[in-house]
Ligand binder design. Structure first.
Ligand SMILES: Cc1cc2nc3c(=O)[nH]c(=O)nc-3n(C[C@H](O)[C@H](O)[C@H](O)COP(=O)(O)O)c2cc1C
Length: 325
């Protein structure tokens, strides 16, 4: 990476980190490196004050960036050495990531590393082709590998209840002027911004009778109306504690689930509204058995190509430093 002093596996790790998903594409991270390891910081200026007042979703995003770094390091032939929240006095320092000893990449490592750059949120309607059971199981396993639980809402009654909570939360948010203003600030008309969600990346308006409502990145009346899939595959990603550490771990689980999906040709999009509104989050928790804390709700399926979103390039978000002793 010209001028940064970064090279080899750490460059690959950084290029992968910035591809992580984040709410409204805020990219709430920055990095510091000392030649040996990379410190990952949560950038408080990029935390969504209305939709994410506690920074939970920002920490999920930083966790996703860390998973991307781990995946990139393995594909580059190195183990990763990761410390989460290494300094209690500095909660914004969320991780230290170093390149460890030699790792001989397996084909699966390379598949996952390629998925980092292929994955994108797809808010468009999916086909009605069901996602095979073996693929669903691979998503559940991906979450477990990282210590989280993915509850797939198979029974129609549970799916209906999740859809009801989604509509309720969507309504609550749409009635809140501060929410609308925040969404407007992160919605991008053209393609000239490196953050935010381009209007084009938003989905069409679900036709009457569609089960799910999706976050709207453009005015209601400027969007075409289309039917969405009849039987959507929806899953809730949850953790067994709700601490900052759990958010970072679950962010890694979220990203492993998304990359596992993308590597098998499965599209995904987020349905976070019921997790963001406290009352519906409580109800969603009950829906998945009452023990685990919902962190993200996701929709999976076979999609058509969808437009991507911008990113601040890696060199714009990394600085030289003591990584971060
Ligand atoms: C924690 C989290 C919550 C998100 N919630 C939503 C959501 O409710 N609706 C939505 O359309 N996208 C949601 N997104 C997706 C982001 O908008 C998306 O990741 C970002 O625009 C970058 O685009 P990409 O995923 O295509 O790389 C969420 C992402 C994260 C990490």
């Amino acid at each position: 990476m010209p001028g940064s002093g970064l090279s080899g596996p750490l460059t690959a790790a950084l290029e992968a980190a910035v591809r992580a998903p984040s709410p409204h594409n805020t990219q709430p991270w920055s990095f510091e490196f000392d030649g040996d390891r990379i410190a990952v910081f949560l950038d408080p200026r990029r935390v969504l004050g209305v939709v994410d007042p506690d920074g939970r979703e920002a920490r999920l995003s930083c966790g996703a960036a860390v998973l991307n770094m781990r995946v990139a390091l393995r594909a580059a032939g190195r183990r990763s050495v990761v410390h989460l929240l290494p300094d209690h006095e500095r909660p914004e320092l969320v991780a230290l990531v170093g390149a460890g000893g030699v790792h001989h990449p397996a084909p699966a490592d390379e598949v996952l590393a390629r998925a980092v750059f292929r994955r994108r949120s797809n808010r468009r309607p999916f086909t009605d082709q069901p996602v095979p059971v073996r693929v669903r199981e691979s998503l559940v396993r991906a979450a477990r590998v990282e210590g989280a639980e993915l509850f797939v809402l198979e029974e129609p009654a549970r799916l209906d209840e999740a859809a009801r909570l989604l509509r309720r939360a969507e309504h609550v948010q749409s009635q809140d002027p501060a929410f609308r203003e925040e969404l407007r600030r992160w919605t991008v008309e053209g393609r000239d911004r490196e953050d935010g969600v381009p209007v084009l990346a938003g989905g069409p308006r679900p036709a009457v009778g569609s089960l799910l409502s999706l976050r709207q990145y453009a005015d209601e009346d400027t969007r075409a109306e289309r039917p969405y899939e009849q039987q959507p595959l929806v899953a809730v990603l949850a953790s067994y504690t709700d601490t900052a550490l759990a958010h970072l771990r679950t962010g890694q689980a979220m990203q492993r689930v998304l990359l596992t999906a993308a590597s098998q040709g499965i599209s995904a999009s987020f349905l976070s509204q019921p997790v963001e509104v406290p009352a519906t989050r409580t109800a969603l928790r009950a829906l998945v058995g009452g023990r685990a804390h919902p962190q993200a709700m996701l929709r999976f399926g076979y999609g058509f190509p969808s437009p991507g979103t911008g990113r601040r390039p890696a060199e714009a978000v990394v600085r030289r430093g003591g990584a971060s002793r």
